[in-house]
Design a protein around this ligand. Structure first.
Ligand SMILES: [Fe+2]
Ligand SMILES: [Fe+2]
Length: 388
């Protein structure tokens, strides 16, 4: 992002120019005008106007058609089975071991391993942190991630409610009711953990805001579904699993384990519903539009999930945003996050028919085709997700 011209600007202004250029670059390469029309207004609201950071409330217009069926068909046996499993899998957020004493700075029970971030990269940029400060930065990175999980869960709660109204599969509606309950519980437990154990909450990241805004305001149920069940949930599932395996904090570990079991059903439902819908109920042109949209959102998430909120709190004025990006990209924990997230997402896109030969070269250029052969969510059990 830096150029000889921007390098002449004072550091803070350079930072603002970098953010602006980055926002513009997200959308200037989008090839499909329909995708641009679907994502563009959300991009302006999220990346340029920073609507997610303007306090309470945030209003998003949501219009979709509720689909009624007065004959109550048993139309989707796989969804009916998921509904049965979801009823049996319900749990009470109060039952987690909330009595656990959590000290986020305790070196014996680290929230994240010390090697999660690359202190070497930071020190190459002239930033040397004491052991105490390193623990504090790790705590902030972990809190930032959990805050984004919580904001994503709020989006999932509303999206699940909307999709339950709008979907045409009756077994899907019953299943959807359990997901609404699940997402409510996820909001409850992440919020409680942040509020009572970590005592900190970061605002929503602009890129996550763009995605949530885009799928909330899109009237097409399958776009909401694709955005939430496949993209946001699929990536979150990978992120939850990585954090579950990395953290040594027992309450967080237990919380994530329970949430992952629910999320595995959600992504399975997403694959099941969209595979049917994309293969049998939409035109080729509509499928292509969804294929392009999914690719742009994948890029948005891969390239832009950069924890700038932590940068602004800690390092703005000390290092440039470009240096911060290098630091995040070179941090082993963040690299692992990206790898696991996309190893979950890419096979699901293949399974629902959104990763055809037409788009493959683009995934290849983005370095994501290595995950193509993996198992989709309908074939992976929660136990395998926890062990992987
Ligand atoms: Fe959730
Ligand atoms: Fe979910």
């Amino acid at each position: 992002m830096s150029s000889p011209l921007t390098n002449l600007l004072p550091v803070r202004m350079r930072s603002q120019v970098d953010a602006l250029l980055e926002a513009v670059s997200v959308f200037t390469h989008v090839r499909d005008p329909k995708v641009l029309a679907a994502l563009g207004p959300s991009g302006v609201r999220g990346l340029l106007l920073h609507r997610g950071k303007q306090g309470v409330p945030t209003h998003m217009p949501a219009t979709h058609t509720a689909y009624f069926d007065w004959t109550y068909p048993n139309d989707q046996p796989e969804m009916a089975e998921l509904y049965r499993r979801a009823k049996e899998g319900q749990w009470n957020g109060d039952s987690l071991p909330w009595h656990t004493n959590v000290d986020p700075l305790d070196p014996n029970v680290p929230l994240l391993p010390e090697e999660f971030v690359s202190y070497e990269t930071l020190s190459n940029f002239g930033i040397k942190l004491s052991a105490e400060k390193r623990r504090e930065l790790n705590y902030c990175m972990c809190t930032w991630m959990l805050s984004q999980f919580l904001h994503g869960e709020q989006g999932a709660l509303f999206a699940a409610a909307q999709v339950t109204e709008a979907v045409q599969f009756f077994d899907g509606k019953l299943y959807g009711a359990t997901q609404v309950m699940d997402e409510g519980r996820h909001v409850e437990v992440f919020n409680r953990y942040l509020d009572t154990k970590l005592n900190k909450l970061y605002v929503i990241n602009d890129n996550l805001f763009v995605i949530i805004d885009s799928l909330m305001s899109d009237s097409r149920w399958d776009m909401k579904f694709l955005g939430m069940q496949i993209m946001v949930e699929g990536l979150a599932l990978g992120a939850f699993g990585t954090l579950y395996r990395q953290t040594k904090e027992p309450l967080l570990k237990e919380l994530l384990k329970m949430v992952i079991q629910d999320e595995a059903r959600h992504v399975h439902y997403g694959v099941c519903a969209l595979r049917e819908h994309f293969h049998h109920h939409i035109t080729e042109r509509e499928r292509e539009e969804r294929e392009d949209w999914a690719f742009e959102v994948a890029l948005l998430m891969r390239n832009r999930f950069m924890a700038y909120e932590v940068y602004e709190e800690w390092f703005e004025g000390l290092i440039s945003r470009e240096q911060w990006r290098t630091f995040v990209e070179q941090s082993p924990g963040m690299q692992q996050f990206r790898t696991v997230m996309f190893s979950r997402l890419v096979p699901n896109l293949r399974e629902i028919g959104l990763l055809t030969k037409r788009i493959m070269p683009h995934y290849d250029r983005a370095g994501l085709m290595q995950y193509f052969g993996g198992l989709a969510a309908d074939r992976v059990t929660a136990a395998e997700l926890l062990a992987a």
